[in-house]
Design a protein around this ligand. Sequence first.
Ligand SMILES: *Cc1c(COP(=O)(O)O)cnc(C)c1O
Length: 484
Amino acid sequence: MLEEPLVFARSNPGAVACRLPQCDVPESPVDSLIPPEQQRQSRLALPELYEWDVVRHYTRLSHQSYGVDVGIYPLGSCTMKYNPRINEDMARLPGLAEIHPAQPAQQLQGALRLMLELERALCAIGGMDAVTLQPPAGAQGEFTALACFRAFHRDRGQTQRTRIIVPDSSHGTNPASAARCGFTITQIASTAEGRTDLDALDRALGDDVAGFMLTNPNTLGLFESGVARICEMVHTAGGLVYCDGANMNALLGVARPGDMGFDAMHFNLHKTFSTPHGGGGPGAGPIGVKRHLEPYLPVPRIVEKPDGTLGLDEDRPKSIGRVHSFFGNFGVLVRGYAYILSHGPEGLAEVTRRAVLNANYMRHRLEGAYEIPHPGPCMHEFVLSADRQKAQGCKALDIAKRLIDLGLHPPSVYFPLIVSEAMMIEPTETETKRALDHLIEAFLQVARECEDTPDVVLHAPTQAIRSRLDEVRAAREMVLREEL
Ligand SMILES: *Cc1c(COP(=O)(O)O)cnc(C)c1O
């Protein structure tokens, strides 16, 4: 693969990609508008390029990236499934794409109706009583719900409830969101079977506990079979229970966090409901809450007025306020809504059945070649350990790098933290048996190479434009500017 220089290095002085029409109003010299000390002293060195230079540059770059439109993308926890094109068509409808959120509510009736129906669909899917669509990511949803927990406890005079409990298998955002919200965090260990340890939970509970955060199925891909008992224990201690709903493609249409006893949850529309993600956004992390938390949800709330039209209610004295401008990431909401409507209730249940089947099929075929630290069956994903391969000299990272040479995207590695040399695989429901077999054969091949020709694994990737980056150094000594 050839190196693609920065677009600046391709600059061709004098080249222009577009021509503006003749100016038909009097020009105002910039000097008269911007005070001299704020004016640039040197020319702005923007690249000068023809249209085809620009198109070719970005097309070449796109050929160097791997995405769900290129092939299977088994990045555990992230739900990198195929994004149906109908979602894109819907989000591009001019009536949805060209509205402005500052237009008066009378002009936004269609968009408000879509959002209200999406809220209701998510309530039905999660078993919740009310939903806000505002948070722009799962982590932001966690933060929003925890702020509601705090407001709920304060309202009852329980200001001493300043502690959040999380299991040691939790996604890093859980304790991080709780800390950002001002809580202290207690981490509890998991059992040898990879589930919440009820004794440890019991010991951690107390009248200073605001809540417990649980992912179900958890980050090991295992269903928390004690969930009803867990919710009961936390409630008895006066706390609230939060469901990290990032793994909803293991439950859709089959089971509901609300029925399990959770008080609040988030949905990752960009994972479960297939809106494109990766590289940091945009996403949507709506949260669902039970009735007792509804007064604290962010404003504005979409409300149906007596005449049937929709309006925005800002007058909610107990609300925690806003967590995002306007309505969150509206384009993502449209895609999620399109996904839900195009599947329908039975289609969503089928999503879950396939996600679980695909993961169990892969898990079963790989269990001879890699260690599986927790007994199955699994839900929509599973975690392998590369401990056996590490003893032969190849770590999880090496295996991931080798998969790149085989034209595949690697799984998540080194998460969850409680599995040594973890490789977390989420095949997702959109993959065929043929695609799964291809990925399985690659994993089996790499396991054989770790035994027979470890050097091949240790030096991979040789086919990628960059091989092994020093990620820590890149983060610590950032070079954000290339001197040409
Ligand atoms: C992705 C994920 C999150 C965070 O969601 P973002 O939308 O990336 O902020 C939280 N918990 C789990 C288990 C996840 O997989």
